[in-house]
Design a binder for this molecule. Structure first.
Ligand SMILES: Nc1ncnc2c1ncn2[C@@H]1O[C@H](COP(=O)(O)OP(=O)(O)OP(=O)(O)O)[C@@H](O)[C@H]1O
Ligand SMILES: [Mg+2]
Length: 317
């Protein structure tokens, strides 16, 4: 549905993004991640025809964003970083205005407005002026405007920024409900949002794609060892020694903040839990806790955006 090939954008002498390649399948929700200044907004503005690229190509629903902008715009709903709402308009008159801009046929306008008011849960504020709405509600109006012409593709630039936790959950649910019928690219800084909402992620750093995969696959590929956190009640110098002698264990490191706590690292694929439990019981150390340590998306993100080596390819793992 969306295909980006060798896309590059130069501001002055500097490339904001360069050699970008990724694709989004129909009905998919793609998380678009990257640190500040990575080029997320720039990419999204190119895809929505607001900004010409310097090099490369991009297609949305089969149409070229540079040569067939009109066709692309018809099929795209865009929620920009700072939604340009007409503050002095009421919600309904603003949405009506957008239906005209987007070329929604006259006979369909009323239905479309009613549908997005309902879907974005802003029916109760429909007659209020936009400037009198809270930030969260203004964000919803922006989303309603993006959805008004029932576009196939939605490009959402940090849709939950500045919202309270309850509203974040509601907007997330709304975005999730769009999957299937709509194809969505969503940029965010809130990493748990991605694991909860998106099927796949593209991570960019300094204008380049550093990873494109499902979160689980990224986790797998970055994992170089198994890590287990173990905590015992009766600690002594014998504990780390004995744990280290278990077959497959590579290292045992104490956890400073937790007395009796250790991180037991073992070779990839080795499951030492049974043996750890057996020894702890046999020595009567008193097992308080034992849990595998998984890489969070934060870990994955930091690893990919701060380390130089990048991600190992599928073949190597
Ligand atoms: N109009 C502009 N003129 C010159 N440089 C720009 C312009 N817009 C963006 N840039 C630069 O391009 C790079 C990418 O910016 P962009 O806004 O796309 O990043 P982003 O990933 O959206 O960041 P954030 O997470 O802060 O929103 C940055 O280095 C930025 O300074
Ligand atoms: Mg941005």
């Amino acid at each position: 549905m969306i295909e980006v090939e060798n896309l590059g954008k130069k501001y002055g002498n500097n490339f904001a993004v360069r050699n970008l390649n990724f694709s989004v399948k129909k009905g998919e929700i793609l998380g678009f991640l990257g640190p500040n200044g990575a080029g997320k907004t720039t990419t999204m503005r190119i895809l929505t025809c607001y900004l010409p690229a310097t090099e490369g190509s991009a297609r949305v629903a089969g149409f070229d964003v540079f040569k067939e902008g009109l066709q692309v715009r018809k099929r795209i709903g865009y929620l920009p970083e700072n939604s340009p709402l007409y503050r002095e308009m009421s919600v309904t008159s603003f949405l009506d205005f957008i239906t005209r801009i987007k070329g929604v046929p006259r006979r369909k306008r009323k239905d479309r407005i009613a549908s997005v008011l309902d879907r974005c849960k802003i029916d109760e504020v429909k007659n209020r002026l936009i400037q009198h709405l809270s930030k969260g509600y203004r964000q919803r109006v922006g989303l309603a405007a993006a959805l008004i012409h029932d576009p196939e593709v939605l490009i959402l630039d940090e849709p939950t920024i500045g919202l309270d936790p309850k509203q974040i959950i509601e907007i997330r649910e709304l975005i999730k409900s769009l999957a299937g019928d709509h194809t969505v690219i969503l940029s965010t800084h809130i990493l748990p949002e991605v694991t909860q909402t998106c099927q796949r992620v593209v991570i960019i750093n300094e204008g380049k794609v550093v990873a494109e995969d499902t979160f689980e696959k990224l986790q797998e590929r970055l994992r170089k060892a198994e890590r287990l956190s173990v905590r015992v009640k009766r600690d002594s110098s014998i504990v780390p020694q004995k744990l280290a002698s278990i077959g497959g264990v590579v290292s045992v490191a104490p956890i400073d903040a937790a007395p009796g706590g250790y991180i037991v690292e073992s070779t990839l694929g080795a499951d030492v839990r049974e043996e750890v439990a057996r020894i702890v019981a046999q020595e009567n150390w008193g097992l308080l806790e034992m849990k595998p340590m998984v890489m969070s998306l934060e870990d994955v993100f930091l690893k990919l955006t701060t380390e130089e080596e990048g991600i190992p390819s599928n073949q190597e793992s």
